[in-house]
Write a protein that binds this ligand. Structure first.
Ligand SMILES: Cc1cc2nc3c(=O)[nH]c(=O)nc-3n(C[C@H](O)[C@H](O)[C@H](O)COP(=O)(O)OP(=O)(O)OC[C@H]3O[C@@H](n4cnc5c(N)ncnc54)[C@H](O)[C@@H]3O)c2cc1C
Length: 434
């Protein structure tokens, strides 16, 4: 099926439209083929381009490169997360393994932006795990203990402090963690496209329809041509399942988000002129909400099982209303019609929130499933899966592979039923936080 995206994402619309888009129109042969040009695929292509300057590397995306979830996210480059939606990592050892990967992810992005002098509005301001519900205090205290044991600086804050810092009296308490970065996700991924090595050919608006392995060659079928390759890396994240990859281990979830226009001077004064900040919810289905450097408010407060290939405008409008209500609850003084854009994006999940990083056959590799940590972890996994596919070993690969493997998922219709029930339960638990 064809991925049909809305054209409403502010992060994308902030950038100049790209030119020189190449669509696949003939048959090709290559040494390396990468499917999916988000953070993962672009990073894999960048690494392969460096490793093999004389080999033929092709990167293909169904839409414009970078314009999937990699441009449509909330822009938190995380060092810690409180939960992954479906399972929280309670054991310290497991939590440490997760944060070790996050750290490597941050280092990889940092190295990339330093090397290429990328302006992606990088702000090391940390983030807040916030709640309006006083009863969430125990969750935050436990979380604070876990973080302190692992050396993450954190600070419990109450309503009066939060009003000053966030400009809203909605939250009663929050744990501020010092690490973690806020950035402009569209600018970051655009820089990855602009700096692709010369020996990487990029084809866009070219959907992989099906693929098969014949002996040691993989043959891929697109609408207007075939590509045969010696090695392939699947970096399609939320679309892994639709390509028949690790189907019993991952499933797509659709998220929607909205962004306001920039607040006027008067509006900004009315909320106390706060500095840029980012809030993550204590309960998994609560709202992620962010004040950008240029005074826009971003909110994401839906996560659902939906057709990953398309969301109709009327479905998107319904979700945008939820986001308008979420903003109104926090900033009642702002006008009703302040939202400038609303969009949907697809992430990939596993049952135990573990990521996929694997060789699935002799010459076939896959990386994905990062939930809300794909900016850093996707960039890291992209580079490292390219190294793994080159039969090399790194300390990063050891760290990645030290994590638990994704666990098996039940077949349909039990899977959808289970996910939907869980999402409804989480939504009810988080109803005050949406
Ligand atoms: C609303 C929202 C908020 C989020 N917030 C955050 C956040 O704050 N921090 C964070 O770290 N992460 C966040 N995420 C998750 C993050 O965006 C993803 O983890 C990340 O984009 C994954 O990168 P990727 O390159 O693996 O996948 P993607 O960016 O999804 O790229 C995969 C690409 O594969 C292409 N593709 C799919 N099927 C085919 C096919 N058949 N043929 C060719 N190409 C194909 C797609 O077009 C797409 O461009 C959020 C996601 C959403 C949607």
């Amino acid at each position: 099926m064809k991925v049909i995206n809305d054209n409403n994402c502010s992060w994308i619309n902030d950038l100049n439209a790209r030119t020189n888009i190449k669509v696949l129109t003939t048959n090709k042969n290559c040494d390396w083929l990468i499917i999916g040009a988000g953070y993962t695929g672009l990073s894999a292509a960048r690494k392969l381009g460096q490793l093999y300057p004389n080999q033929n590397i092709i990167l293909v995306d169904a839409q414009l490169a970078g314009e999937g979830a990699s441009s449509r996210n909330s822009g938190y480059l995380v060092d810690t997360t409180l939960n992954d939606g479906f399972t929280s990592n309670k054991e310290l050892e497991n939590y440490k393994k997760k944060t070790d990967i996050y750290k490597l992810g941050i280092d990889t992005v940092k190295k990339f932006i330093k090397e290429h002098q990328v302006d992606c509005e990088w702000n090391e301001c940390g983030k807040y795990f916030a709640s309006s519900a006083i009863e969430d205090k125990n969750i935050l205290i436990n979380f604070s203990e876990t973080l302190s044991k692992l050396g993450f600086e954190n600070n419990l804050l109450y309503k009066d402090q939060l009003i000053k810092r966030l400009g809203t009296s909605f939250y009663n308490l929050a744990l501020h963690t010092k690490g973690g970065i806020l950035l402009h996700p569209g600018k970051l991924v655009r820089a990855m496209i602009d700096t692709l090595p010369n020996n990487v050919q990029l084809f866009e608006k070219s959907s992989l329809l099906d693929w098969k392995k014949n002996n040691d060659i993989v043959s891929c079928n697109f609408k207007n041509g075939n590509i045969t390759t010696k090695k392939i890396i699947f970096a399609t994240n939320g679309y892994l399942k639709s390509l028949g990859i690790k189907t019993n281990y991952n499933f797509p979830i659709t998220l929607t988000a909205s962004m306001t226009r920039a607040l006027t001077d008067e509006e900004f004064k009315s909320i106390g002129e706060p500095k840029e900040w980012g809030v993550l919810p204590v309960k998994p289905m609560g709202a992620t909400i962010r004040m950008t450097k240029d005074r826009r408010i971003l909110i994401r407060n839906t996560a659902e099982v939906h057709n990953p290939f398309k969301m109709s405008q009327s479905d998107l409008d319904k979700r945008s209303i939820k986001q308008r209500i979420g903003i109104k609850k926090r900033f009642p003084q702002l006008p009703e019609d302040i939202i400038k854009s609303s969009w949907s994006g697809i992430v990939s999940r596993t049952r135990n929130s573990s990521q996929i990083f694997e060789k699935i056959d002799y010459n076939i590799f896959v990386a994905g499933c990062y939930n809300g940590s794909g900016i850093g972890v996707g960039t890291l996994f992209g580079e490292q899966i390219a190294i793994k596919a080159s039969n090399e070993q790194t300390k990063e690969i050891e760290t990645i592979e030290a994590r638990k493997k994704p666990t098996w998922l039940p077949p349909q219709p039990f899977l959808d039923l289970g996910i939907k029930t869980r999402l409804i339960y989480e939504r009810i638990r988080a109803r005050s936080e949406i």
